[in-house]
Design a protein around this ligand. Sequence first.
Ligand SMILES: C[S@@+](CC[C@H](N)C(=O)[O-])C[C@H]1O[C@@H](n2cnc3c(N)ncnc32)[C@H](O)[C@@H]1O
Length: 189
Amino acid sequence: MAKASVVFSKDNEYYTPKYVVDFFYPNGFDYDPATCEGKAKEFGVKHYDTIETDGLAQDWTPYDRIWINPPFTDKHKFLAKAVETYKKAHNTIYVLFPIEFLTTARFHDLDCHCKLFIPRGRINFESGLGKEGKSPAFGSVVIKLADEDTVEYIDLKDSSKNVDDYINIETVTGHVNGTTITPKKPWYR
Ligand SMILES: C[S@@+](CC[C@H](N)C(=O)[O-])C[C@H]1O[C@@H](n2cnc3c(N)ncnc32)[C@H](O)[C@@H]1O
């Protein structure tokens, strides 16, 4: 049961089809700061926050692999927090966004680097748990926070490929505040 003080917006209840999340991490993400219980269970995310527990109020630095399709009305706040978290923890953070946002001053002013994954075609978001939505009026981009800017063109519907075909594990090795960061686990990227 939702808390009385929580205001749900229809614009925010559009969900990512599972094949999109599986493309980036078939073994599952550790944390999703903006979700609902049903979607977190479907994706097999171990830790998550919902509108009731407020992901923006939490510390994201302990998690290795974070998936975010932010609520539309607060999307810039979630991206700003993802950038701030990456700068501190150098963790793996994927953020799904409307591609148009890349042209905004708000994005340019974020002072971040990222690997942009540009999908072929549009993602049909689900208009409720298990409900297929209509084709959206905008394209999407998946932003992976990184130390350098790169772009990859991907086909999410090509089930013979996943993110491993586009990411060189060497690229996660780097230096943060004088400390060498190396992959923590073979699948850490
Ligand atoms: C666009 S949906 C994405 C859901 C899921 N992560 C996915 O990829 O399909 C955004 C979700 O974030 C929830 N939400 C809204 N404000 C939130 C907040 N402050 N903290 C956590 N979740 C929030 C919404 O209720 C909605 O279920």
